[in-house]
Design a protein around this ligand. Structure first.
Ligand code: SF4
Ligand code: SF4
Ligand code: FES
Length: 224
């Protein structure tokens, strides 16, 4: 017989198969997920989730699509976390030490508690990439935050109110625009797209049945 566990979604108890993820267990329990779900495979950051195991003190975080249910889990989702993204035009910025100080000065209030790193479902060194941002080392901040999926879980836990994913995003944008060498093939491809060189190919693709599009995608040539 299939092993079952008791979990609580938004405070209501459900008995669900132990092999399910939080996401599939919610669907098993009858929820239709419209928010808080996207790629279903740990890439999009839509399904940030907070849970606590009954009787344990620690508040845990994870992605609903990749975290397996456990007995006694009290679960709630945070499909959107209000991070604080400053408004800027990347063309007006300079990739220097002052840029973080001006746009995200709260990073200097970090108390080094490491709660952000512990909360990250991507196992990123979140506190470290904030430290690189403090020092104005935009390249290192960009590299360390490269796999950030913008789920906001780290920011939920930060006592300094830092919006980590937005800090990492700014560093990656500045790094891509001003620090890394230009990717000439990309510039060329963008020009081709803007010239309309692919318009007819796109129209042809859009007219195909969905299964044929899937086949084309699955058998596409992958750049090495
Ligand atoms: S750094 Fe923060 S926003 Fe990015 S993946 Fe980790 S927890 Fe999510
Ligand atoms: S959670 Fe906030 S205060 Fe704590 S280490 Fe991370 S950035 Fe610093
Ligand atoms: S649904 Fe995309 S990360 Fe979970």
């Amino acid at each position: 017989m299939e092993e079952m566990v008791n979990v609580y979604f938004y405070g209501k108890k459900y008995t669900v198969p132990a092999a399910l993820t939080i996401q599939t267990a919610m669907e098993y329990a009858g929820y239709t997920l419209k928010r808080g779900v996207g790629c279903r495979h740990g890439f999009c950051g839509a399904c940030a989730t907070i849970y606590r195991i009954k009787g344990k003190n620690e508040l845990k975080t994870g992605l609903a699509c990749t975290t397996q249910v456990q007995e006694g889990m009290y679960i709630t989702q945070i499909p959107y976390f209000p991070t604080d993204k400053r408004t800027y035009d990347i063309n007006d910025l300079k990739a220097n030490q002052k840029v973080m100080m001006e746009l995200y000065p709260e990073i200097y209030s970090c108390i080094g508690c490491n709660a952000c790193t512990k909360a990250c479902p991507q196992s990123l060194k979140t506190m470290q990439y904030i430290a690189y941002a403090q020092r104005g080392d935009l390249k290192k901040c960009a590299e360390e935050s490269f796999d950030c999926i913008m789920c906001g879980t780290c920011s939920v836990r930060c006592p300094a109110g830092i919006s980590h994913p937005m800090v990492g995003l700014l560093a990656r944008r500045l790094n891509g625009k001003y620090i890394e060498p230009e990717a000439k093939h990309l510039t060329k491809r963008v020009e081709e797209i803007n010239n309309g060189d692919f318009d007819s190919a796109m129209a042809e693709m859009m007219a195909k049945p969905i299964d044929e599009v899937k086949d084309l995608y699955n058998n596409r040539e992958i750049e090495k």
